[in-house]
Design a protein around this ligand. Sequence first.
Ligand code: AMP
Ligand code: MG
Length: 365
Amino acid sequence: MRKETLIIKIDPEIMEEQLVVAGKMLAAGKTVAFPTETVYGLGANALSESAVDAIYEAKGRPSDNPLIVHIARLDMLGELAGEVKPYAKILMEAFWPGPITFVVKKKDHVPYKVTGGLETVGVRMPNHPVALKLIELSGVPVAAPSANLSGKPSPTDVKYVLKDMNGRVDCIVDGGDSHVGLESTVLDVTGEVPVILRPGKITREMIAKCVGGCEVDPALVDKSRQDLVPKSPGMKYRHYAPDAEVSVYSGDIMAVIRTFYGRIIEVVESGGSIGIMFFEEDALVLERLLEDDAVYKRHREKVHFMKEGSSKDLDTFARNLFKDLRKLDELGADIVLVHGVSENELGHAIMNRLDKASEGRVFKI
Ligand code: AMP
Ligand code: MG
């Protein structure tokens, strides 16, 4: 059923006034999409089963995939969480508000609908003025997965929220672009040491520095082990995937560039269209190779380049990753080739999302 969607474009001067109506909608069990620093979220009252149902319905999301519950102040955690370990409190103080979700024991009244049937709940305090004000005005904890149709790349630009969700939700708050660009780190803090279930902007190194240690879910480390099931249910789904077929290449820079060159010619010669996501450092060499190529010259409108800044600036790559995958879909690319990065620090999260987007077509050359 198509819904009437109220669209609110935020003017920072009068933000609070503008958000009152959206806050009331959340309190009344309606669905509201809103910006956070990671990606846009699709929110509803986390303590109302029917409100949470409306999220799953709008997204077309499998209901064993738990939702992250968003809070505006630390004291809201007490409403949701049972025991919180001392080291977890230290991490919350250090990184909240910010792009990290803590998986904690849930209180009885948190519906299993929100937790995908688990005894734990994922909680996050986003670092975004619009999100914080909206949650505060609603007066309820807000369950919010990314505001995209299930399986599509998470939206970092309201344009893609409108594309996926207009007519499917009650309200969309337009508050500009999400600057982190990747979903939050998901950290299990129910055990003796923190365990990363989904890598993100807050890295293993940052967490370990703060509390002395941090592990990573073994299912994320060794992808060849089919017997290891990720502890974060969402990680097992095909996720973040654009329409184009994505392949990721990393390793020797010249080998990567030569592979890109060869595949560009092969794809355009057979009548296809191709997108290239690469770094400034690659561009000069690749452009020189293509400049003298007659096949490329004839088909150059079929080749779309997305320069992701310098390979040393992974923040920019993270911020633009999902947006550029969406753009390449709009441009009609059949094939997308991405220059991969090493899996340290923020590179871990980037390669995790690229692994999903490419359905495992990740090559070291
Ligand atoms: P999204 O809301 O689309 O960013 O996805 C939320 C992610 O957090 C998914 O990968 C979930 O599986 C994960 N998550 C949320 N709550 C829990 C939980 N209680 N235990 C494990 N993973 C969780
Ligand atoms: Mg998502």
